[in-house]
Design a protein around this ligand. Structure first.
Ligand code: DON
Length: 315
């Protein structure tokens, strides 16, 4: 029996228990409320879906819960921008370094010249990336993003949550000010509100844990979907994305996550976490109650438990 099978069997036996023991810590977290629509999510939910290269799945908890991708989408818009414009153009607009600041901080845009976002996974960086997606209008750019995400998730019914989109668009004063500062710093091309619209839309794409696990599986296999055999992303761009996930994917808790879990991951403020065991599994997690850094509190606890029990750390 291979290692993969051994781990899969252990997960199969213990996943429900791990979810049960991780769930109580969601009481120490809070559901995001700065995007009003997100505050409706259940604070005591926790779900996980693990998918292997043959399409075998293990799941537990509230894995059927629908939620918006929020910042998890930033990994895939980065990849699409790289596919559209190439590395040189992308890295003329965003850097490659973690910030140590909150995900929505604009501090360094003013303090550190030339005022480009430190990386593509903080809000400022992802807004800059939105302006690099090909398309003649915001609608065409958003349609390209959605169609790319659908192909990665192998799910043609992925769509926007219009309520969450509207809720964010109406309340995003901080992101709007960031957009205007980026324009002034020479980072954004075109109309700021149009760029922000593409950004708000991709954050509001609705998924469940199974969708995240399938998208993660593509990254785990370097851009080729192991289930269909189709190459969806050039290997180099997956390498870039996974590196950013490791250094910046959990924001200013990325170092702690690397030590406790040791896998590339990306969180979203709706409580989703996308992670993978490279060459083995794609994993989607949801737990809407967040810790102080904006990551799912029970989701992180669950991944720590599994990764430590099965020695999944890459480091
Ligand atoms: O721009 C925002 O604030 C949200 N649309 C996304 C932020 C987010 O998911 C941060 N995640 N932990």
């Amino acid at each position: 029996m291979s290692d993969i099978d051994k781990d899969f069997t252990i997960v199969q036996e213990r996943l429900e228990d791990w979810v049960k023991t991780s769930l109580p810590c969601s009481a120490n977290g809070r559901v995001a409320a700065y995007i009003p629509e997100l505050s409706k999510a259940p604070s005591d939910a926790l779900g996980i879906y693990i998918l292997d290269k043959q399409g075998q799945a293990l799941s537990a908890g509230d894995c059927g819960l629908q939620f918006t991708m929020q910042s998890i989408s930033k990994v895939f818009t980065l990849i699409l921008a790289l596919m559209d414009k190439g590395e040189k153009a992308v890295f003329s607009k965003v850097g490659m370094e973690p910030t140590g600041d909150n995900f929505n901080s604009m501090l360094k845009l003013e303090l550190v010249r030339p005022g480009i976002p430190f990386n593509p996974l903080i809000n400022a960086g992802a807004i800059a990336i939105s302006s690099l997606i090909d398309g003649v209008s915001p609608a065409e750019k958003s349609a390209r993003v959605l169609s790319f995400f659908r192909s990665l998730a192998s799910n043609d019914s992925l769509d926007y949550d219009e309520d969450v989109y509207r809720s964010e668009s109406e309340t995003a004063n901080l992101n709007r000010s960031m957009g205007y500062l980026l324009k002034d710093n020479g980072v954004l091309e075109g109309d700021v509100d149009e760029v922000l619209d593409v950004y708000f839309r991709h954050c509001s794409i609705n998924v469940n844990c199974a969708d995240l696990s399938r998208m993660a599986l593509v990254l785990a296999f370097d851009g080729a979907d192991p289930i269909t055999g189709e190459r969806l992303i050039p290997r180099r761009y997956v390498q870039i994305a996974k590196t950013f996930m490791t250094t910046c994917g959990m924001y200013n808790a990325s170092g702690e996550f690397a030590i406790q879990v040791g896998l590339p991951a990306k969180s979203g403020v709706s409580g989703g976490i996308l992670t993978m065991v490279p060459g083995r599994y794609g994993i989607g997690v949801v737990g809407p109650a967040l810790n102080a850094k904006g990551n799912s509190i029970a989701g992180v606890q669950l991944l720590e438990t599994i990764a430590q029990e099965l020695d999944w750390s890459l480091f």
